[in-house]
Design a protein around this ligand. Structure first.
Ligand SMILES: [Zn+2]
Length: 182
Protein backbone atom coordinates (compact mmCIF):
# COMPACT_ATOMS: atom_id res chain seq x y z
CA UNK A 1 0.00 0.00 0.00
CA UNK A 2 1.36 3.39 -0.96
CA UNK A 3 1.98 5.81 1.91
CA UNK A 4 -0.39 8.31 0.25
CA UNK A 5 -3.27 5.85 0.76
CA UNK A 6 -2.72 6.06 4.50
CA UNK A 7 -3.19 9.80 4.68
CA UNK A 8 -5.90 10.03 2.03
CA UNK A 9 -9.28 9.54 3.70
CA UNK A 10 -10.95 7.93 0.69
CA UNK A 11 -8.09 5.40 0.59
CA UNK A 12 -9.20 4.13 4.01
CA UNK A 13 -12.81 3.51 2.98
CA UNK A 14 -13.88 -0.02 2.14
CA UNK A 15 -15.40 -0.33 -1.34
CA UNK A 16 -17.39 -3.44 -0.48
CA UNK A 17 -19.10 -1.63 2.40
CA UNK A 18 -19.93 1.34 0.18
CA UNK A 19 -21.71 -0.90 -2.32
CA UNK A 20 -23.46 -2.72 0.52
CA UNK A 21 -24.65 0.68 1.76
CA UNK A 22 -26.12 1.55 -1.64
CA UNK A 23 -27.85 -1.84 -1.90
CA UNK A 24 -29.29 -1.49 1.60
CA UNK A 25 -30.54 2.01 0.82
CA UNK A 26 -32.18 1.38 -2.54
CA UNK A 27 -33.31 -2.22 -2.02
CA UNK A 28 -34.00 -2.81 1.69
CA UNK A 29 -36.21 -5.78 0.68
CA UNK A 30 -33.72 -7.22 -1.81
CA UNK A 31 -32.71 -6.20 -5.32
CA UNK A 32 -35.44 -5.57 -7.88
CA UNK A 33 -35.36 -4.74 -11.56
CA UNK A 34 -35.18 -0.96 -12.30
CA UNK A 35 -36.94 -1.55 -15.64
CA UNK A 36 -39.98 -3.69 -14.79
CA UNK A 37 -39.87 -3.64 -10.98
CA UNK A 38 -39.75 -7.41 -10.65
CA UNK A 39 -38.10 -8.89 -7.57
CA UNK A 40 -37.24 -12.06 -9.50
CA UNK A 41 -33.61 -11.22 -10.16
CA UNK A 42 -30.47 -13.32 -10.03
CA UNK A 43 -26.89 -12.27 -9.45
CA UNK A 44 -24.89 -12.18 -12.62
CA UNK A 45 -21.24 -11.56 -11.82
CA UNK A 46 -19.52 -8.29 -11.07
CA UNK A 47 -18.51 -5.13 -12.89
CA UNK A 48 -15.24 -5.56 -14.77
CA UNK A 49 -13.45 -2.58 -13.23
CA UNK A 50 -15.31 -2.31 -9.89
CA UNK A 51 -15.17 -5.77 -8.36
CA UNK A 52 -17.61 -5.04 -5.53
CA UNK A 53 -20.28 -3.73 -7.92
CA UNK A 54 -22.79 -6.58 -8.24
CA UNK A 55 -24.51 -7.26 -11.55
CA UNK A 56 -28.00 -8.74 -11.84
CA UNK A 57 -30.27 -10.24 -14.47
CA UNK A 58 -34.05 -9.91 -14.31
CA UNK A 59 -35.86 -13.22 -14.82
CA UNK A 60 -39.03 -11.41 -15.83
CA UNK A 61 -37.86 -9.01 -18.55
CA UNK A 62 -34.30 -10.36 -19.04
CA UNK A 63 -32.95 -6.87 -18.34
CA UNK A 64 -29.45 -6.49 -16.95
CA UNK A 65 -28.48 -3.96 -14.32
CA UNK A 66 -26.07 -3.46 -11.42
CA UNK A 67 -25.93 -1.83 -8.00
CA UNK A 68 -25.66 1.68 -9.44
CA UNK A 69 -27.94 1.45 -12.49
CA UNK A 70 -30.51 4.22 -12.33
CA UNK A 71 -28.79 6.13 -9.54
CA UNK A 72 -26.95 9.43 -9.74
CA UNK A 73 -23.81 7.46 -8.93
CA UNK A 74 -23.80 5.57 -12.24
CA UNK A 75 -21.49 6.64 -15.01
CA UNK A 76 -19.28 8.94 -12.97
CA UNK A 77 -15.54 8.81 -12.89
CA UNK A 78 -15.33 9.24 -9.11
CA UNK A 79 -15.21 5.97 -7.17
CA UNK A 80 -18.24 5.21 -5.03
CA UNK A 81 -16.27 5.75 -1.81
CA UNK A 82 -15.68 9.38 -2.80
CA UNK A 83 -19.44 9.86 -3.21
CA UNK A 84 -20.09 8.21 0.14
CA UNK A 85 -17.59 10.50 1.84
CA UNK A 86 -19.14 13.47 0.08
CA UNK A 87 -22.54 12.47 1.50
CA UNK A 88 -20.98 12.08 4.92
CA UNK A 89 -19.45 15.55 4.82
CA UNK A 90 -22.73 17.03 3.59
CA UNK A 91 -24.33 15.52 6.70
CA UNK A 92 -21.77 17.43 8.77
CA UNK A 93 -22.75 20.65 6.98
CA UNK A 94 -19.36 21.16 5.39
CA UNK A 95 -19.30 23.64 2.53
CA UNK A 96 -18.50 22.53 -1.01
CA UNK A 97 -15.12 24.21 -0.63
CA UNK A 98 -14.34 22.31 2.58
CA UNK A 99 -15.46 19.02 1.02
CA UNK A 100 -13.25 19.69 -2.00
CA UNK A 101 -10.28 20.28 0.29
CA UNK A 102 -10.93 17.10 2.30
CA UNK A 103 -11.34 14.94 -0.79
CA UNK A 104 -8.62 16.60 -2.86
CA UNK A 105 -11.12 17.45 -5.60
CA UNK A 106 -11.89 20.48 -7.70
CA UNK A 107 -14.53 22.78 -6.17
CA UNK A 108 -16.71 22.72 -9.28
CA UNK A 109 -16.66 18.89 -9.31
CA UNK A 110 -17.81 18.82 -5.69
CA UNK A 111 -20.54 21.36 -6.42
CA UNK A 112 -21.88 19.13 -9.20
CA UNK A 113 -21.75 16.11 -6.89
CA UNK A 114 -23.56 17.77 -3.98
CA UNK A 115 -26.25 19.14 -6.31
CA UNK A 116 -26.89 15.64 -7.64
CA UNK A 117 -26.87 14.08 -4.20
CA UNK A 118 -29.38 16.63 -2.91
CA UNK A 119 -31.74 15.57 -5.68
CA UNK A 120 -31.57 12.04 -4.28
CA UNK A 121 -29.50 8.94 -4.66
CA UNK A 122 -31.94 7.18 -6.95
CA UNK A 123 -32.62 9.51 -9.84
CA UNK A 124 -36.17 8.32 -10.42
CA UNK A 125 -37.24 8.40 -6.78
CA UNK A 126 -40.55 10.22 -6.38
CA UNK A 127 -40.54 13.58 -4.65
CA UNK A 128 -41.21 13.37 -0.93
CA UNK A 129 -44.58 14.93 -0.22
CA UNK A 130 -45.27 16.40 3.18
CA UNK A 131 -48.79 15.71 4.35
CA UNK A 132 -50.73 16.39 7.51
CA UNK A 133 -48.83 17.71 10.49
CA UNK A 134 -45.14 18.36 9.93
CA UNK A 135 -43.09 18.81 13.05
CA UNK A 136 -39.85 20.77 13.02
CA UNK A 137 -37.93 20.79 16.26
CA UNK A 138 -35.32 23.17 17.63
CA UNK A 139 -36.16 26.26 15.61
CA UNK A 140 -34.90 29.46 17.20
CA UNK A 141 -36.75 32.63 16.40
CA UNK A 142 -35.69 36.01 17.73
CA UNK A 143 -39.02 37.71 18.26
CA UNK A 144 -38.03 41.23 19.25
CA UNK A 145 -36.57 42.64 22.40
CA UNK A 146 -39.77 43.22 24.40
CA UNK A 147 -38.44 46.36 25.98
CA UNK A 148 -35.02 44.87 26.71
CA UNK A 149 -32.80 45.97 23.79
CA UNK A 150 -29.64 45.60 25.87
CA UNK A 151 -30.31 41.91 26.52
CA UNK A 152 -31.02 41.28 22.82
CA UNK A 153 -27.86 43.11 21.76
CA UNK A 154 -25.88 40.98 24.19
CA UNK A 155 -27.42 37.78 22.85
CA UNK A 156 -26.64 38.86 19.29
CA UNK A 157 -22.98 38.51 20.22
CA UNK A 158 -23.48 34.73 20.36
CA UNK A 159 -25.18 34.72 16.97
CA UNK A 160 -22.77 32.12 15.62
CA UNK A 161 -24.07 29.64 18.17
CA UNK A 162 -27.67 30.29 17.25
CA UNK A 163 -26.80 29.87 13.56
CA UNK A 164 -25.27 26.52 14.30
CA UNK A 165 -28.39 25.43 16.20
CA UNK A 166 -30.57 26.42 13.26
CA UNK A 167 -28.39 24.53 10.80
CA UNK A 168 -28.43 21.46 13.02
CA UNK A 169 -32.21 21.64 13.25
CA UNK A 170 -32.46 22.02 9.48
CA UNK A 171 -30.23 19.01 8.98
CA UNK A 172 -32.37 16.95 11.34
CA UNK A 173 -35.49 18.09 9.50
CA UNK A 174 -34.00 17.00 6.18
CA UNK A 175 -33.03 13.63 7.60
CA UNK A 176 -36.51 13.09 9.00
CA UNK A 177 -38.51 14.27 6.05
CA UNK A 178 -36.32 13.66 3.05
CA UNK A 179 -34.89 10.20 3.60
CA UNK A 180 -34.44 9.91 -0.15
CA UNK A 181 -31.74 12.57 -0.03
CA UNK A 182 -29.33 10.40 1.94
ZN1 LIG B 1 -37.18 -6.65 -15.29
Amino acid sequence: MAASDLINLSGLIDDAKCFALVRQHRWPEGACCPVCGSGAVIRDGHHDAQLCRQRYRCKTCSGRFDDLTGTVLAGHHQPLRVWVLCLYFMGLNLSNRQIALELGLDGSDVQAMTEQLRRGLVAKAPEVELKGEVEIDEVYVVAGHKGQPAAVAKRAGSGAGAGWQARRAAARWRRTNHPSSV
